[in-house]
Ligand binder design. Structure first.
Ligand code: ATP
Ligand code: MG
Length: 207
């Protein structure tokens, strides 16, 4: 029996998932909550390969979706076996910066519905997923200062990914998952506090 809880942070690029993972971790440290922070794609070999592909415009194309789904799934299998399951077994709170909801959103939920359904069932279901919701216009401003941009970080692509997120979230909620949308236009601390409020309300943390 796994006693830990998986908390997932999701959002479009630049929405602030890494910022929130760090803020949440600082809070947990202060409160002595036994937790670990992780992310997908992971820092493992497959995760690194994914990041290389995402940063290389040469790979922009239609076949990419299917290849990426398989790579992300391989990375997630490794992540689950090597990190998520052992941490949950040790009763830890696990904060994951992205998880399978990102695959639904970024690799086109509709087109690959069946594949994604097949690959998602094997993975631990999060206790809660927070979708940090930020307007595409705001995200483009935040990302404009970045040197290396990923193939997803362009306006039309982002709008499509946002719609995919909305659709995937509805479907996952219908399947019984706990997913909460948070207004990501607010100040980072306000967002963090809203996340903590929900974690307490749902008894995921008790501090
Ligand atoms: N609530 C916020 N308001 C304004 N700026 C923010 C907010 N949260 C994060 N930022 C800033 O936006 C940028 C992107 O934040 P962050 O790296 O946390 O996003 P991310 O969702 O992890 O992005 P990616 O998906 O590309 O890893 C950073 O410069 C960060 O300081
Ligand atoms: Mg990040």
């Amino acid at each position: 029996m796994k006693k830990g809880k998986l908390i997932v942070l999701e959002g479009l690029d630049g929405a602030g998932t890494t910022t929130q993972a760090n803020l949440l971790s600082e809070f947990f440290k202060k409160m002595s909550v036994n937790h670990v922070v992780t992310a997908e794609p992971t820092k493992g070999k497959i995760g690194k390969l994914i990041k290389t592909i995402l940063r290389n415009s040469e790979f922009k194309g239609t076949v990419l979706d299917d290849i990426l789904i398989l790579l992300f799934t391989a990375d997630r299998i490794e992540h689950t076996k090597n990190f998520l399951e052992p941490s949950l077994d040790e009763s830890k709170i696990v904060i994951s910066d992205r998880y399978y909801l990102s695959t639904y959103a970024y690799q086109g939920f509709k087109k690959t519905d069946e594949i994604v359904q097949l690959i998602s069932v094997k993975f631990p279901v999060p206790a809660i997923t927070f979708f940090i919701d930020v307007k595409v216009k705001t995200l483009l401003k935040r990302l404009a200062v970045r040197e290396k941009r990923e193939i997803f970080e362009y306006e039309n692509m982002m709008k499509k990914i946002k719609l995919n997120y909305e659709e995937a979230i509805s479907k996952l909620i219908f399947r019984g998952e706990e997913i909460i949308k948070i207004d990501g236009e607010k100040e980072p601390i306000e967002i963090r506090d809203e996340i903590i409020y929900n974690l307490k309300k749902l008894k995921i943390i008790s501090c």
